[in-house]
Design a protein around this ligand. Structure first.
Ligand code: NAD
Length: 418
């Protein structure tokens, strides 16, 4: 099954339960716009190379399209469609006045110099042209992109508009550096949201973070920040991995030291604070919390049986295959589903966008307080929907229920033009 079909199946069950009107289901079953661009870029060796990029705008009934940009060799239209639809449901679930989109370029950012990455980003932004804009579609970082990528996108976009509109255009992307209009707290936002969601779960389940154990797959932005924030709460990181390898230490890994090591060496093998283990072994480690924070379909039918944790916090988008999802429900392992668990990223992106529009800068304390409020409200809404429909451990369907009810309300109010 394609990833996009998987994404559609995730919300179909919720659609049946709330008897979503067929015309709304029909609209939501396909993205509004699928943009493909092929663009040439000058490489450092003087040769030109053609790159393929995508932007899929799934839905904007609740507000401007919003979603990340991914640089990865496996980026394709199917993956971007799935990610765009998850963004639309995530924004609806967290009650943001935003729609959903996603984009990407099919390439390996690790194979390019900073100069090449800058030229790729600028040409991609130029190729997207008026398909993005602060009132229309607002990209953000995702796998393989970061604050620097966003600043290049912003700079390219504002240089293509009138000098009078330059500062009004800063909100064309979020996740920027602080010096270029970014928000305090955006770097850790996805992880901070994951931790707030885990706190809600812990409260219901009498769970203490102090002394608890956890495992993280994917030690990038979402994963490494989640590890640092959980360790600050007294939890112990038993194992972590990135695309090159995995490491384990039953006494606990210092996430700051691992991050510093990866900054210099990329591959975790050789890190003296832990021993190297085969990637597959990561799933077999008994812990309290498992945080998949890498890519889609990582927890599948082959490894789900090995998982021995109390809760899975889906910091990544789509990390669990449908078959594995069913097994987790049967085994009564709690899952904080992706569209809830990793919503902190888009929530603080929304805060950045609001600050840009109002020419304001919020204190970190204010950002965190507002983020906690929205994450807690979304968690409570999912819990309430789950109870209302007796969904038991099926928190994913409960999350889609909340999102679909909000979208249905908006469609019913507005109807279809003409
Ligand atoms: P990132 O590029 O900063 O980090 C990704 C990490 O995953 C890297 O360390 C990479 O080496 C690792 N990885 C890739 N393949 C792996 C594999 N097979 N096994 C183990 N590790 C692997 O990306 P990110 O922004 O942290 O995104 C991670 C996930 O979180 C994605 O699913 C993304 O869509 C989701 N997410 C990110 C944000 C955000 O604000 N950055 C927001 C919401 C959701």
């Amino acid at each position: 099954m394609s990833l996009y079909e998987t994404a559609k199946n995730q919300w179909r069950r919720a659609a049946e339960l709330i008897e979503l009107e067929p015309w709304i289901a029909m609209i939501l079953s396909e993205p509004k716009n699928e943009i493909r661009v092929n663009f040439p870029v000058l490489m450092d060796d003087g040769q030109y190379r053609l790159f393929k990029g995508y932007r899929v705008q799934h839905n904007n009934i609740l507000g401007p399209y919003k979603g990340g940009i991914r640089y990865h060799p496996q980026v394709d239209i199917d993956e971007v469609k799935a990610l765009a639809s998850w963004m639309a449901f995530k924004c609806a679930l967290t009650d943001l006045p935003l729609g959903g989109a996603k984009g990407g370029v099919e390439m390996n950012p690790k194979e390019h110099s900073q100069n090449e990455l800058m030229r790729i980003t600028r040409r991609f932004t130029h190729a997207l042209g008026e398909n993005i804009g602060p009132d229309y579609d607002i990209p953000a970082p995702d796998v393989g992109t970061n604050a620097q990528t966003m600043v290049w996108m912003m700079d390219t976009h504002i240089n293509s508009t009138s000098a009078h509109d330059r500062f009004a255009m800063r909100g064309v992307v979020t996740g920027k550096t602080l010096s270029s209009g970014g928000s305090l707290g955006r770097d850790k936002a996805t992880a901070q949201g994951t931790v707030y969601a885990l706190e809600s779960w812990a409260e219901r389940n009498g769970f203490e973070f102090d002394g608890a154990t956890f495992v993280v797959q994917g030690f990038g932005n979402a994963g490494s920040w989640t590890a640092r924030l959980l360790c600050r709460k007294g939890a112990k990181l038993l194992a972590a991995s990135n695309s090159r390898g995995a490491v384990y230490n039953e006494k606990g890994i210092d996430p700051d030291e691992l991050l510093a090591y990866l900054g210099a060496h990329k591959d975790p093998a050789g890190f003296t604070g832990a021993e190297s283990i085969p990637d597959k072994q990561l799933w077999q480690i008994k812990a309290d919390i498992l945080v998949p924070a890498a890519l889609e379909s990582q927890i599948d039918i082959n490894n789900v049986g090995d998982i021995d944790v109390k809760v899975i916090a889906e910091a990544a988008n789509g990390p669990t295959s449908p078959a594995a999802d069913e097994v987790l429900r049967e085994r009564e392992i709690a899952v904080i589903p992706d569209i809830l668990c990793n919503a902190g990223g888009v929530i603080v992106s929304y805060f950045e966008w609001v600050q840009n529009r109002k020419y304001e800068r919020w204190e970190l304390e204010e950002v965190d307080r507002k983020l906690r409020r929205l994450m807690t409200a979304a968690y409570d809404a999912v819990e309430e929907a789950g109870k209302r429909f007796s969904l038991g451990h099926d928190t994913r369907t409960a999350a889609y229920l909340v999102a679909l009810e909000r979208m249905q309300r908006a469609y019913r109010d507005r109807g279809i033009f003409p």
